[in-house]
Design a protein around this ligand. Structure first.
Ligand code: NAD
Ligand code: G6P
Ligand code: MN
Length: 432
């Protein structure tokens, strides 16, 4: 019998996760899913917990959903722990996004100043979770979805010493799901290779005969084809730039390659209808109204409005691949081990891997061009400074992280954004 513990169980994404487990029940016979949350998320936890149980009750399988505010009780003897929590809920994300935008800097849940503050709030909690796991479920796998996913996964593996951790993101899943059709192919006919960091990876693609089709796919990248998560504005990429690299960037690269357009669009949206976080708060409220319906026993379509749609494809497939020693290709955050030679061997990267009972084995990518390499090393340094600042609570190191982040305007304005965010998030930043 497999026990799953999900931290942040009150998330509106939980029905996705349940749907993924239901679909895979025959290969992954779980018996209990413990949904853990905190006092502030209690109401959400109860609503989504009841829906989750109704979803199982509509199947022939006997699976129990248990909701709790007691993390230790949930972690006890768990086989897989999934993390999908947001310290401070969407209200904290609103501040992460609003404050930088008021200073005409990008505010985004994983990029720029907001993403770094999400890491500052999350890392101390993650540390406690790993400490509990050492005591209560020392053999469990930790499947992390909490953003900034790559940074959090690096903190868990490198700093808290929990090697059985894999970081996830739906961006590669969505790319492989939707991109092949633009060149009249199925994903099964193509060979995908990804490498980089979470929300900062590139990929290249080959057909069945080993002929590279990356260039053909680049020509379609500015079309709306569903290959990019719903939360990212499709500012145009320069095709000359992409052809010169001969790589397909991920959607989040738009913040770096088309920074001005992305910032202007964010400010425009913000002035019109509020930040993405404020809009998602409304979507969340209407989702929970739907979840309350006692006759509902499937995942509602409306959840697809969230950028994280299809993340359970990654989560449940990854768990099943470990449990069943599948050896399948998945794109996850894991330890580099030389797969990207221009980054340290113990750095966490997001890369094409084979997933088996041993966990993730990265597929070597090889040398990066000067352009990709330089950008990648800066982003990794930014991630490392962010983690150090989160662990030490050191203002100077936080300023280092801000200063090296390409999306933050250096100098006095950066300091103002840092100071304001430190004040509004004080409650969740015991280390500072
Ligand atoms: P949310 O605001 O609904 O938060 C999820 C739950 O976490 C809430 O019910 C909240 O009460 C709970 N929580 C807060 N602090 C907690 C703690 N200390 N312990 C346990 N639970 C706690 O968030 P959401 O919008 O559903 O997103 C969930 C998480 O998933 C976020 O971190 C988000 O960034 C991440 N996410 C990741 C991806 C990806 O591609 N990796 C995609 C979408 C969302
Ligand atoms: C994307 C990403 C997530 C991101 C999320 C935001 O697809 O992969 O990491 O944070 O969706 O979605 P939202 O709907 O909350 O803005
Ligand atoms: Mn993601």
């Amino acid at each position: 019998a497999i026990k799953i513990a999900t931290i942040g169980g009150g998330s509106s994404y939980t029905p996705e996760l349940i749907e993924g487990f239901i679909k895979r029940y025959k290969e992954l016979p779980i018996s209990e899913i413990w949904l853990v949350d905190v006092e502030d998320g209690k109401e959400k936890l109860e609503i989504v917990g009841r829906l989750a149980q109704r979803m199982w009750d509509a199947t022939p399988y006997n699976v129990k959903v248990i909701t709790t505010l007691n993390r230790k009780e949930a972690l006890k003897d768990a086989d897989f722990v999934t993390t999908q929590f947001r310290v401070g809920l969407l209200d904290a994300r609103i501040k992460d996004e609003r404050i930088p935008l008021l200073h005409r800097m990008l505010g985004q849940e994983t990029n720029g100043a907001g993403g770094m503050f999400k890491a500052f709030r999350t890392i101390p909690v993650m540390k406690e979770i790993v400490e509990d796991m050492k005591e209560l479920c020392p053999d469990a796998w930790l499947i992390n979805f909490t953003n900034p996913s790559g940074i959090i996964t690096e903190a868990v593996i490198k700093h808290f010493g929990w090697k059985k951790c894999i970081g996830l993101c739906n961006v590669p899943v969505i790319a492989m799901m939707n991109e092949p059709k633009v060149i009249g192919k199925q994903v099964s006919e193509l060979n995908y290779q990804f490498a980089g960091l979470n929300h900062f990876h590139w990929h290249k693609v080959f057909d069945e005969d080993g002929i590279e089709v990356t260039g053909q796919l680049i020509d379609h990248i500015n079309e709306k084809n569903g290959g990019t998560p719903a939360n990212i504005y499709l500012a145009e990429f320069s095709l000359e730039l992409l052809h010169s690299m001969n790589l397909l960037p991920c959607g989040y690269h738009r913040y770096y390659y088309s920074e001005k357009e992305m910032l202007e669009h964010s400010i425009e949206e913000f002035e019109k209808g509020g930040t993405r976080a404020e809009q998602m708060k409304e979507v969340e409220a209407s989702l929970f109204e739907i979840y309350k319906n006692p006759n509902l026993n499937v995942k509602p379509e409306e959840l697809q409005k969230r950028g994280g749609a299809y993340y359970s494809e990654a989560a449940c497939e990854c768990i099943s691949a470990i449990y069943n020693n599948k050896g399948i290709h998945m794109v996850v955050s894991t330890q580099n081990n030389g797969a990207i030679p221009c980054l340290n061997s113990d750095s966490i990267i997001e890369i094409s891997c084979l997933i088996s009972a041993k966990g993730a084995t990265p597929i070597a990518w090889g040398k990066m061009g000067a352009f990709e390499k330089g950008h990648l090393q800066i982003m990794k340094a930014m991630e490392e400074c962010t983690i150090s600042a989160a662990l030490l609570g050191d203002y100077g190191v936080a300023l280092q992280a801000f200063t090296i982040n390409p999306l933050i305007q250096k100098g006095g304005e950066a300091k103002k954004v840092l100071d304001e965010l430190l004040v509004v998030h004080e409650k969740y930043l015991p280390q500072f």
